[in-house]
Design a protein around this ligand. Sequence first.
Ligand code: PAF
Length: 285
Amino acid sequence: MEILRTIDEVRRTCNALKRGDRTLGLVPTMGALHVGHLSLVRAAKASCDAVAATIFVNPTQFGPNEDFAAYPRTFEQDCAMLEREGVDVLFAPAREEMYPAGAETFVDIPMVGGRLDGASRPGHFRGVATVVAKLFNIFQPTCAFFGQKDAAQVAVLRTMVRDLNFDVEMVVCPTVREVDGLAMSSRNRYLSAEEREQALVLERALRRVERVVAEGERDSDRLRGELRRELEDAAGVRLDYAEIVDARSLEPVSDVGDGVLVAVAAWVGKTRLIDNVVIGAEDAR
Ligand code: PAF
């Protein structure tokens, strides 16, 4: 696996990798890799001729009081994991390579990007969209792979790809869960043993909504109420949002049918976790 630090090197290497109509899959990450990330790499390996990954803890997607400085950085371990998966190229730029002095252009997606996590974390999706747009321009991949766990991010990036005419196919891979149901996340490593237990309520609440929908309930206000109650009553957990929305626009829906996104975010201690299910869809466990 080649580890590249500059945009020029990436352009040269990707041009060679894509020669003769070969396809390139891109897996953008912030590192601190877990099996969820590896599932994206495996999906990319299965469908593309060459695979590139990126590790960049993107400062523009963190708010001033968020965990940018504390975000786990496990570069050596991450490299070993990507190497084992057969990734061809890893791009791990310095901050100045991605945001040189004077950089002032951002990609803003005010409506979709202002809902769910975008409402709780103002500016977050502006940072995500900007860095992903830059990575799409740098790599010009055939396909890019993202996790369903970040459902709002997926909706924002799909909107960006549509509106800015990126010639990139978005591939969304199922959420990967620990055996007890907790969605895998780099931030899970912040949790104490007690918080790790308390965090299970997110998945429990989502599964309960799925069950109630399967029993015939379609009224999203009632379902939202149940979801909120379960999370609000849970010890050690502070609800951020519990919403039932259209998966593309992230706008609240009144009737729940297949394809509707049930999404939650909650603080467990000092750690903010998110999870979701799509009604009627298979979810990897
Ligand atoms: O999902 C993530 O890890 C990040 O938001 C991403 C897409 C790599 C952009 O920094």
